[in-house]
Write a protein that binds this ligand. Structure first.
Ligand code: GMT
Length: 376
């Protein structure tokens, strides 16, 4: 198939899933065209069957901001026409689904091939951004005019139907991970780089947006380290980073925290860790939590979110209500103090990730869905 993929190219879950999917589809001999404002974060080298088409916006004094949605629509139409694309698969509804709709209407008006549009909903496009009253109508319209819709968890699919009163099917295709990269053993990191023998190694990876509740990460870690020697690795960057750093300094635990900033290959560090903290306010799936589990790291996360489809409570990690940092710390300590149980959780994390979220099956689900939509 000839497929256009649009995503946010930065280090965020939706961009990572879109890029990994594109790379897997290209390896299966599909023709993949990424259309975005920058080269996607994980598209780190040349790969056969993949092309990248950059979108350059233009600023005019009259305009408040360069109209990316329109420029992207024009570029999508141009790429569809030039490469005879059959399908536009857009990740994150706002504004990508809207641009795809415009591109399709441009192509219809010029008598060119009209591609099918599939929109994959990832999370904050529905739970936060899409639910903002000013975005509600355009998001609902763009979702409803897509030919196919997928969501990365049942939790998000239900939320989408609920919030946007969508009448068409929202197909659930869970996030997946690359088992050749995310695995329990690695030669890339050594535990002693980060912690002593006696110390537990705890990690958090995110884009440091408010929804990730990174102050809760610090609070959970602080509670743990008061009772058990431990270090915390923080990977990622974002708006809450400064506040998080200040909080760490205020608590006087800065020598126990290692900031690594953005890393394109978190799998080089994850296998050295004992526990992953993911106390998000909202989490439609939790790709970072899945990648941690695939590397043998149990996760402490929040209940009532999509994380409950990723973490088996009491088997591969623990789920507690948002903000319950005391309970989260107690669950973490319980594991860290019992090496036999910790090892069982690590082993179960790896096998569950591989059984349920293997690339092969889930990329196959996307392929079958593409065929269904193209033939439908
Ligand atoms: O908000 C983010 O953390 C980034 C966001 C994105 O769309 O880039 O991530 C969302 O998509 C990921 C991939 O599908 C999911 O695994 C994350 O759970 C989801 N984030 C939230 O729902 C907060």
């Amino acid at each position: 198939m000839r497929i256009g993929i649009t995503c946010y190219p930065v280090a965020g879950g939706s961009g990572i899933v879109a890029t990994e999917l594109g790379m897997q589809l290209a390896a299966r001999d599909h023709d993949i065209h990424f259309v975005s404002y920058a080269l996607p974060f994980r598209l780190d080298r040349y790969r056969p069957n993949i092309k990248y088409h950059g979108v350059q916006t233009t600023a005019y004094p009259l305009m408040q901001a360069p109209p990316y949605t329109l420029t992207l629509a024009g570029k999508m139409a141009d790429v569809v026409r030039s490469f005879d694309l059959e399908l536009l698969h857009v990740h994150y509804a706002v504004p990508h689904a809207t641009s795809a709709y415009l591109a399709r209407e441009i192509l219809r008006s010029t008598g060119d091939r009209v591609p099918k549009i599939i929109t994959t909903l990832h999370g904050t496009d529905i739970t936060l951004v899409g639910a903002d009253p000013s975005f509600y109508d355009i998001t609902r319209f763009s979702i409803n005019t897509s030919d196919g819709l997928t969501a990365v968890s049942k939790y998000l699919a239900d939320e989408t139907v609920d919030v946007f009163r969508v009448s068409k099917e929202v197909r659930v295709v869970h996030n997946f991970f690359d088992a050749t990269r995310f695995k329990p053993s690695t030669s890339d990191c050594t535990r002693s780089e980060f912690a002593d023998e006696s110390e537990a190694l705890i990690i958090h990876v995110s884009n440091f947006r408010p929804v990730k509740r990174t102050l809760d990460v610090v609070d959970i870690f602080d509670r743990i380290q008061q009772q058990q020697p431990a270090k915390l690795i923080l990977i990622g960057e974002g708006p809450e980073l400064t506040l998080t750093r200040r909080n760490i300094v205020k608590r006087g635990i800065q020598d126990r925290v290692i900031f690594l900033g953005n890393q394109s290959q978190v799998e080089a560090v994850l296998p050295c860790c004992d526990l992953f903290l993911c106390p998000s306010e909202e989490e439609s799936f939790g790709l970072a939590a899945l990648e941690a589990q695939a590397c043998g790291v149990p996760v402490i996360g929040t209940s009532g979110t999509g994380l409950s489809e990723v973490i088996a409570h009491g088997e591969t990690g623990y789920l507690h209500p948002v903000g319950e940092t005391r309970e989260m710390a107690e669950s973490g300590l319980g594991l860290l103090r019992d090496p036999v149980r910790l090892q069982q959780f690590k082993d179960r994390s790896v096998s569950r990730a591989n059984q349920r979220f293997a690339t092969e099956r889930l990329v196959g689900e996307y392929e079958s869905y593409y065929e269904e939509i193209l033939n439908g």
